[in-house]
Design a binder for this molecule. Sequence first.
Ligand code: FEO
Ligand code: CA
Ligand code: CA
Length: 567
Amino acid sequence: MTTSTPQGKAETSLWHRLLDRKLTRRGALGTVAATAAVTLPLRISEAEALSNNGAPVDAPPAPLNPRTLPPFRAIEAGNADTLTLPFGYRWQLLAPWGEVFTADGGEIGFNHDFVGYFPIDMLEGGRSSTDALLTINHEYVNPLFVGGNTRERTPEQIRAEMKAVGVSVVRVRREEGGWKIVPDPRNRRIDAMTEIELTGPVRGSAVVKGATTVRGSVGNCSGGQTPWGTLLTCEENVDGYARAWAGSGYEAMHQGWVTEIDPFDPAWRPKKRTAMGRFRHENVAVTLTKDGRVVGYMGDDMQDACVYKFVSRGRYQPGNRNANRDLLAEGDLYVANFGNGSWILLDYDKNPKLREAKGADGKPLFSGQADVLADARASALAVGGTPVDRPEDIEIHPRTGEVYVALTNNAKHGNYFGQIIKFRENGDAAAPTFLWEVFAVGGPQSGFASPDNLVFDPYGNLWMVTDNSDLGTNPIKAFHGNNAMFFFPTEGPRAGKAHRFAIGPVDAELTGPVWSPDGKTLFLAVQHPGEDSESLDKLTSTFAAKPGTRIPRPTLVAIEGFPGWQA
Ligand code: FEO
Ligand code: CA
Ligand code: CA
């Protein structure tokens, strides 16, 4: 895709040349509407002209699968300072920032991101849709709202910020009148001061100054859930704290990992999984190979950064939770090459390119596997990983096993709108090669831009939330309005067509969507409402402010009105 910025012609990246080739070939074969409904501006008329899965337009239309239709009437773009939903749907505040929810006065943190739903009876094989432990990630703070100050922080302000990030584990129950937080000994906060163990090749190495345990988890963006009932929280944007929290003991190399937390067992010390690499971890999409190894697909959310796959050494043992909790300590890390559809192993001993890699000064980049993992981005580029346009969330289609990747945008190459791509492994999840294609392209022609978090429903429909933040010169807001949530069928003639389900308040991003198992409740987070406020006197949003106050609050909401999944 050759794109240009409002300022002039943009640099064309390798990734854009690959996209161009893929989309041109699809167009030539006439399969655009039939298989993926790619909606490039120049091809939309062709795509729309082809109805009925590419059959002649005068043929009787094939019946639509009712399970691929949105269960709502799509809404138009908007910019109101509230959460807007289609007719028949309602939301309630469930876990706003600052709410006390633990016995010792612990509060819900700031800027909610990933939300994990763990049925309260999960360890006994249950799937309760009315009682659960939720995990809520708290990605970062807005110092204006948390500390009341944007200049140099006092030690008290630093402490308040360190307590407002990390993860909340919260027991919730559906009672008469709605969802409620309920007391539970497992309710707790993991924050920037919690003791966390390092596991894997980097533990005790020079790159972490010999550390085996570290303090805290920050930048908790999206994440994943394991089959054995633990949370994988992804440490994404961890730069900048060394300066902001100067004097606090914060160590940047102790952050930027995947951290495993057991919501059911507060006595189990959280673990950082260094074998999964250090980069701007967005999320982990977890699955199993045929022989029971655990696979995690991961994105490095940065312009011109890569997509990764981790394959555990050990195998999942149903019912043996203690053994399974160690599975992510050891395994192989791969990076995706989209040019030839292959996974390249990032192993210092097995991949000579890593041993031969040199920096600009002519010195070796890496001296062993700990170095390779600690700078996985440099390792990936050294071995031929393909830099793409901000890989954020990755999710696995529940029926086809295809892996969907949200590429949010890349203003550096004039891509303001992003794409969603998908790939299919040639074999099971540990396969060395894959085939990929484009699922949907953002822009005015498709109505969405900057895809971020993804979640599937059991029928295989994709639900996506957008992140049109931080784009500087931003040509999106005119057609897109506030950040929103969209529904996409993934099969049939409407595959890849976006239907707007929800619109967030001013300056907010919607994050962390997760369903109750029965599909009757959607838990959704509202992150950073009012983020562009210059001061407490000039607030751009008052969303979810405490009664009698005006400061907007990030929050978790519970949305109801869905018909639920039919058997
Ligand atoms: Fe924290 Fe990449 O979003
Ligand atoms: Ca994100
Ligand atoms: Ca984001």
